[in-house]
Design a protein around this ligand. Structure first.
Ligand code: S5P
Length: 268
């Protein structure tokens, strides 16, 4: 199916270069799954990508979680992701002032050179987005920032009155913003967020699992289909896939659910 038919207004309205790339990959691979690859060794990571690569649209990493990280090993991992047409998403949750965030895009991990998308908190003000984009610009690349508008963990302070609205308002105005992180575990709250975000930006949601309910240490999970029907454009799934008996089968199950829910949403 053509992306413009599947994504509707959102296909025309987006203003960040990575968004169309993502939407296109989703349609080619028929999946809205973003794999949260929270594993601790390079070997486990590449095995997992080999296994589930065909069923996911983007690879979300926490690069500082890896015990045996090396620059050359990481380059090979990025190459493997490229073979599977995956967007690289470093979930760094930057939060500092603009110039420091720009510097943190380099450093040992040199995130600016391989990530297409990164997460950031807006707690320090809207200039963080310009700082991160300047980081990409320093190596002649472009990327997109996902601002955390909601979180999936219980008791998070983004729920305090006014925070989410202020984040969305600031983010919508900046073309460096790819979209927002929404809470996949609370479909009703997600629908409200969708209404505020409109069609120019995407919403990706963690806190999604076929086993709905409370997870470890304050994590909360909601149903993947409900998340997409409530406005999620990408479901972030980690342990639901990599801790299962058969990650490949499970990734395909999440892919099928997310894709059919997107088609249902676009047909409504
Ligand atoms: O609010 C959030 C935001 C994020 S990005 N809650 C989250 O859980 N995340 C990330 O999503 C978290 O860092 C982890 O990598 C992933 C969820 O993993 P799971 O194993 O609970 O599915």
């Amino acid at each position: 199916m053509e992306p413009a038919d599947v994504w509707g207004v959102r296909w025309e309205a987006c203003d960040n270069s990575m968004v169309r790339r993502y939407m296109d990959v989703v349609c080619k691979k028929q999946t809205l799954v973003i794999l949260a690859a929270d594993l601790r060794t390079m070997g486990e990571l590449s095995d997992l990508i080999e296994e589930v690569g065909p069923h996911i649209a983007a690879l979300k990493t926490h690069v500082d979680l890896v015990d045996d990280w090396t620059a050359s090993g990481w380059a090979a991992l990025c190459e493997l992701a490229k073979q599977h047409d995956l967007l690289m998403f470093e979930d760094r949750k930057f939060a500092d002032i603009g110039p420091i965030s720009r510097g943190q895009m380099s450093g040992v991990y040199d995130i600016r050179s391989w990530a297409n998308v990164v997460t950031a908190h807006g707690i320090s003000g809207p200039d963080i987005v310009d700082g991160l984009c300047a980081g990409w610009n320093d190596v002649a690349r472009e990327g997109g920032v996902l601002l955390l508008a909601q979180m999936s963990s219980r008791g998070n302070l983004l729920e305090l009155e006014g925070y989410t609205d202020a984040m969305v308002q600031a983010g919508i105005a900046n073309s460096g913003v790819f979209g927002f992180i929404g809470n996949g575990s609370r479909p009703a709250e997600l629908s409200v967020l969708r209404g505020k975000v409109g069609d120019k930006k995407l919403i990706w949601t963690p806190g999604v699992n076929l086993a709905v309910g409370d997870g470890e240490m304050g994590q909360r999970y909601g149903d993947p289909s409900e998340a997409v029907l409530s406005g999620s454009d990408g479901i972030i799934v980690g342990s639901g896939i990599y801790k299962s008996e058969n990650p490949s089968e499970m990734a395909k199950a999440y892919a099928d659910i997310s894709w059919s829910s997107l088609l249902k949403r676009s047909g409504d």
